[in-house]
Design a protein around this ligand. Structure first.
Ligand SMILES: *[C@@H]1O[C@H](CO)[C@@H](O)[C@H](O)[C@H]1NC(C)=O
Ligand SMILES: *[C@@H]1O[C@H](CO)[C@@H](O)[C@H](O)[C@H]1NC(C)=O
Ligand SMILES: *[C@@H]1O[C@H](CO)[C@@H](O)[C@H](O)[C@H]1NC(C)=O
Ligand SMILES: *[C@@H]1O[C@H](CO)[C@@H](O)[C@H](O)[C@H]1NC(C)=O
Ligand SMILES: *[C@@H]1O[C@H](CO)[C@@H](O)[C@H](O)[C@H]1NC(C)=O
Ligand SMILES: *[C@@H]1O[C@H](CO)[C@@H](O)[C@H](O)[C@H]1NC(C)=O
Length: 500
């Protein structure tokens, strides 16, 4: 479950970001917002490097997608009178991007420099000169070779609990802008006129349009990633609000974002008012960190319990295989006969009180009440109720979630054979206790592993290349850290879907 929270930070780098600007529903002071923060994401410089490699793809898409408007001009010339001209069908070809570098500026933002963008622009120029020639428009195709450096100082800020990108601090430097006219029929003075007009116009258009497009793509991407992330922790009617509580913080080595982590279920929302995040709880040597408070998990557990997710039916060979686990207590006769002779025994287990968890350095301790009924057809039904406490640790490998518990306590609160109104004796109760501990808990955890893994897969976690993920239990929170590779196909997907 701790691995549930994921991609909002990916955005932070694609756009490269962060500055403190406020709008409503975002708290102005980071430190004071910690106590309302259930989830923290820290993305470090090495992660930024990986993401920056993908930035050029976004920039490329912005260039290609940009619509260049038609332009018109008019000039009075000695001897020939007026010349009117227009620029149409401007297209971009053979775009290549030399390199893209960035720096984190503590407390300020990110500076990004994309140098050596070379591109060929092609279009048509229409012209007519002298009022008597206006109807006889000529046209000539042209091609412009260009080499441009692009600088962006993106700012990320919190807007209505979402991260928004402002890339309006965007500038272009032209190293080269060379015009070729198709054929060479035009008189020199006309070529000179067009050269001036076209280079001026193209500069203007590129400057205006490309920066605008980058801003648009940046915000589309911000929305895309956050929408994806919003969906990220949603199981049926239970969802977790991971809107941000304050603006991201940027230091020389990381970017950190603060999220609410509130569970919404059955028209109510959980609340977090005394969270205990402290930046020193995270280190800076892995690419990506998540800090998740117990206060995020407990309302999720409550909702899962209320929604009836915490239950399990077992029957057939699955059930009989389970009871082949060797236990130190002898199997009560009733259960032995039930499994062997009753035809289709069925075991139902469910949580019978709201579970609660608390994390310490030893693991996450979960308290729950588990009730069960073993239905043995005509032989009757065994009913039992237990109180369980177990320490769970989590790991993730081979794209699967693993839950381990090596210490648990089980107390049998009640056990009887319903049809016979017969309470179990001490030895039988001891068997039930042991069976819950050694069969029931591992089974429940293995089912939960599959459910959580499936849920993560459904949200696309398997798409990410995650390296050496570690999950550490701490006092009151879980710390998840990992390195990752940015999935190229994810970005390609986004660009295809949004720009086409
Ligand atoms: C684009 O590049 C290809 C191959 O490098 C070249 O053949 C073509 O002429 C170029 N197009 C333009 C418009 O420069
Ligand atoms: C820019 O690109 C050109 C040709 O692709 C190359 O010759 C030049 O060295 C590059 N300059 C920089 C600063 O990368
Ligand atoms: C949903 O909330 C209503 C009242 O707010 C309550 O009566 C109902 O039992 C709740 N449903 C569940 C499944 O908890
Ligand atoms: C939540 O509230 C809305 C409108 O107030 C109502 O239509 C809906 O049925 C409620 N949902 C639940 C699960 O109670
Ligand atoms: C479990 O068994 C009960 C009683 O046999 C049944 O009502 C319920 O639908 C079953 N649940 C699942 C998930 O199979
Ligand atoms: C339980 O697991 C923890 C962490 O994996 C380990 O440190 C501890 O020694 C284990 N305890 C037992 C009794 O195996």
């Amino acid at each position: 479950m701790p691995c549930c929270v994921s991609p909002p930070p990916l955005l932070f780098l694609l756009l490269s970001l962060c500055v403190f600007r406020m709008s409503h529903s975002c708290l102005p002071d980071t430190t004071s917002s910690y106590k309302f923060t259930g989830i923290v994401c820290r993305l470090t410089y090495p992660a930024a490097v990986v993401l920056n490699e993908k930035t050029t793809k976004v920039i490329e898409a912005a260039f290609k997608h940009t619509k260049y408007p038609s332009m018109k001009g008019e000039k009075s010339l000695l001897f020939t009178g007026r010349v009117t001209y227009g620029l149409d069908n401007l297209e971009i070809h053979n775009l290549s991007i030399g390199r893209s570098v960035f720096e984190l500026h503590p407390g300020e933002g990110i500076a990004m420099e994309i140098s050596n963008v070379s591109a060929v622009f092609r279009g048509t120029i229409q012209y007519g000169y002298g009022s008597w020639l206006v109807n006889l428009a000529h046209s000539v195709d042209f091609e412009i070779e260009s080499q441009i450096d692009l600088g962006i100082n993106p700012k990320l800020y919190c807007s209505e609990a979402k991260v928004a990108a402002d890339t309006s601090d965007c500038y272009l430097n032209f190293h080269k802008l060379r015009l070729h006219l198709q054929g060479d029929r035009e008189p020199n003075w006309l070529k000179k006129l067009f050269t001036d007009f076209i280079t001026f116009t193209v500069k203007l258009v590129i400057k205006g349009q490309i920066c605008k497009e980058i801003n648009k793509v940046a915000n589309l991407l911000a929305d895309f990633i956050q929408d994806m992330a919003n969906e990220f922790i949603r199981i049926g009617d239970i969802s977790v609000d991971i809107g941000i509580t304050t603006s991201p913080v940027i230091t020389a080595n990381y970017i950190e974002s603060y999220h609410k982590g509130l569970t919404n279920y059955n028209n109510t929302s959980s609340a977090i008012r005394d969270s205990h995040f402290d930046p020193s709880q995270l280190t800076e040597d892995r690419m990506l960190y998540f800090w998740v408070s117990d206060q995020v998990f407990n309302p999720m557990l409550t909702a899962a319990h209320q929604e009836g997710y915490l239950k399990l039916n077992l029957s057939g060979t699955e059930l009989s295989e389970l009871f082949k686990t060797s236990l130190s207590n002898a199997m009560p006769e009733f259960i032995r006969k039930c499994l062997l002779e009753s035809g289709s025994p069925e075991l139902r287990v469910w949580s019978s009180s709201v579970p609660y968890l608390k994390t310490s350095t030893l693991g996450t301790r979960v308290w729950a009440q588990a009730s069960g009924q073993l239905d043995c057809g005509s032989q009757g039904t065994l009913s039992f109720q237990t109180a369980v406490a177990l320490d769970v640790t989590v790991s993730y490998s081979d794209k699967k979630v693993f839950l381990h518990s090596n210490s648990s306590e089980v107390l049998v609160l009640h056990a009887e054979i319903l049809s016979q109104n017969q309470l179990l004796d001490k030895a039988q109760i001891e068997f039930i206790r042991e069976a819950v501990e050694k069969i029931g808990i591992p089974k429940a955890l293995s089912v939960l592993e599959i459910v959580i893994t499936n849920e993560l897969d459904q949200q696309g976690t398997y798409l990410f290349d995650i390296f050496n993920p570690e999950v550490f239990p701490r006092d009151g929170f879980v710390l998840i850290q990992m390195d990752f590779g940015f999935p190229h196909h994810l970005l390609v997907d986004f660009l295809r879907k949004t720009l086409e």
